[in-house]
Design a protein around this ligand. Structure first.
Ligand code: ADP
Ligand code: MG
Length: 143
């Protein structure tokens, strides 16, 4: 297991950490994000989209879909937030099919998904007070 620890002091730095991670991701990577509400998971995923080279004007509206797509980069990024979903709804999302493809999948509140893969990249963000965040990135295997 490889562990990276990054301390950030603002949202832009957290997004930059996501951008750096995404720049290293092979197609088909799965990133599981955990951390309380407001930790910075969404900020990190927005940075990932940038790191993959997605164009900011090609993002599906989260109002209409449970899975947001960031297109136009090396890989499409699928961004899922499980926060308000019941287990049965999580099962209906088709995450297994999504993961089987060559795109990159980022999942917030991943601990709510019982069938999450054990070998995915894990990003845990902890609020350390005010604007400080501690980001732990764990990689269990290289794909
Ligand atoms: P989550 O998706 O984990 O609920 P968001 O990314 O939506 O969190 O929101 C994080 C909030 O915390 C934003 O309002 C952001 O401006 C604020 N914030 C303050 N400091 C940081 C930091 N170091 N990293 C990320 N977000 C931060
Ligand atoms: Mg969020």
């Amino acid at each position: 297991m490889d562990l990276d620890v990054i301390e950030t002091a603002n949202e832009a730095d957290t997004a930059a950490a996501g951008q750096r991670l995404a720049a290293t991701l092979p197609p088909g990577s799965v990133v599981l994000l955990t951390g309380q509400l407001g930790a910075g998971k969404t900020a990190f995923v927005r940075g990932m989209a940038r790191g993959l080279g997605a164009s900011s004007d090609d993002v599906s509206s989260p109002t209409f879909t449970l899975i947001q797509e960031y297109r136009g980069g090396r890989s499409t990024l699928y961004h899922v937030d499980l926060y308000r979903l019941q287990p049965v709804e999580i099962g209906d999302l088709g995450l297994d099919e999504l993961m089987a493809g060559e795109d990159v999948v980022a999942i917030e509140w991943a601990e709510r998904w019982p069938a999450r893969p054990a070998d995915a990249i894990e990003v845990a963000i902890a609020d350390e007070g005010e604007d400080r965040r501690r980001i732990e990135i764990r990689r269990y295997s290289t794909r």
